[in-house]
Write a protein that binds this ligand. Structure first.
Ligand code: ATP
Ligand code: MG
Length: 370
């Protein structure tokens, strides 16, 4: 199963996986779904035809016609050697038919297009050309992590890049609703819905952060507030991650991009996390990240106006070189465990599926399966 598409038989053949799809799925849908499956370097769509040379020729011509190539070759494999012709004979006959119908030239060594024919015991499969897959590793093969999604441009790109390296992701968003509008929350939901096409199911933890921010504001001076907010975010995310059985956190931080992302601040912030913090964008320039966000389709969602909770009650010139001892001294005024537990208790968990169905919402406390 991939979402609503029920897959047929699957078999491995060397480095290839052959997946049978039901007839009701059109080529465009099949290609769109396959291009979201990490681990596929490329793929081709082939159609079943009768075990009959004329039928195979007709399908090969129809497929080759879809490509603008000038040179081609035919490559036949026989899964069932009982077929009356050898693979080379099929290559030659079908090749001649394509030359005659489309005027292409045969090039066995460096063709622009390869027409592949596979002969099985009950049918033949014909395809032409290859479509690029997304590459990477199959989702979940590297384990599970919790991605911090802010509603900005960077974090969805960071999540995508880690999914592509085989991590199954859960998501967490911190919001200050109702101190600010629900816009960032809605954006986080839209972004997670968008990313869910790569893993079929997602959960998003929505953490109300406003009450905790008020406590921080009441007990600290402005310059260190962002660092304190972030340390609490990582503590709460670490607590949620253990419920989701996630083994790492993922952020969209990029070195030097904003005040909270200096090396000193990142080190002090990370110190509050109970799990490794993965930062796939750490060495990327903003324009590279924007380019990826556009290609991914998240850019348009990310640039919608909102008010991030981290912009609440913060100074124009925040601390850029936080020192751990100073931050820890400041934090000794807080009941950290209670604050984290309260935030976790107030967390809502939303589930997403691709293709989308009704979304179920539950409290984090009720969350069971991983
Ligand atoms: P982004 O574009 O992802 O918002 P940014 O450039 O705005 O990143 P920061 O605001 O410093 O950078 O945030 C750094 C990272 O911290 C984000 O990429 C995200 O992973 C996490 N983060 C920040 N704010 C939130 C939030 N409200 N909820 C969840 N995660 C957040
Ligand atoms: Mg941001």
């Amino acid at each position: 199963m991939f979402g609503d598409v029920k897959l047929g038989r699957m078999r491995g053949e060397g480095p290839r996986i052959i997946v049978e799809l039901p007839d009701e799925i059109d080529d465009a849908t099949a290609a769109e779904r396959a291009s979201a499956v990490f681990g596929f370097a490329n793929f081709s769509l082939s159609h079943r035809v009768a075990l009959d040379l004329e039928a195979i020729k007709a399908e090969a011509i129809a497929e080759a016609r879809k490509y603008p190539a000038r040179t081609f070759r035919v490559s036949t494999r026989r899964g069932d050697k009982r077929f009356a012709m050898t693979s080379m004979d099929v290559d030659r006959e079908v090749g001649a038919a394509i030359v005659e119908a489309l005027g292409l030239k045969v090039d066995l060594h460096n063709p622009e297009l390869t027409v592949s024919i596979e002969i099985l015991s009950d049918a033949a499969f014909v395809s032409a050309g290859k479509l690029p897959g997304p590459g990477g590793l199959p989702v979940g093969i590297s384990g599970r992590a919790l991605a911090l999604i802010s509603g900005g441009i960077d974090s969805p790109v960071a999540g995508y890049r880690m999914m592509r390296r085989g991590l199954a992701l859960d998501f967490v968003h911190f919001h200050a609703y109702p101190l600010v509008s629900a816009a960032s929350r809605e954006k986080a939901c839209d972004l997670v819905a968008h990313l869910t096409r790569y893993q079929a199911h997602s959960t998003l933890a929505l953490v109300p952060f406003g009450a905790l921010q008020r406590e921080i504001v009441a007990n600290s001076d402005r310059p260190l507030r962002v660092v304190l907010y972030r340390r609490f975010m990582l503590r709460i995310a670490s607590a949620l991650a253990s419920r989701f059985r996630s083994r790492a956190l993922v952020t969209g931080e990029s070195l030097g991009q904003v005040a909270s992302q200096t090396l000193d601040n990142m080190a002090v912030i990370e110190n509050a996390a109970a799990l490794p913090v993965l930062r796939p964008l750490v060495g990327m320039d903003k324009n590279e990240i924007v380019e990826q966000a556009r290609a991914l389709g998240t850019f348009e969602i990310s640039i919608l106006p909102d008010q991030d909770c981290c912009t609440l009650f913060v100074p124009e010139h925040p601390e850029t070189h936080a020192r751990l001892a100073e931050v820890e001294a400041l934090e000794s005024r807080f009941e950290i465990e209670r604050m984290v537990a309260e935030a976790v208790r107030a967390t809502e968990v939303k589930r997403f599926e691709f293709p989308p169905r009704g979304e179920a919402v539950s409290r984090a406390g009720e969350y069971r399966d991983g």
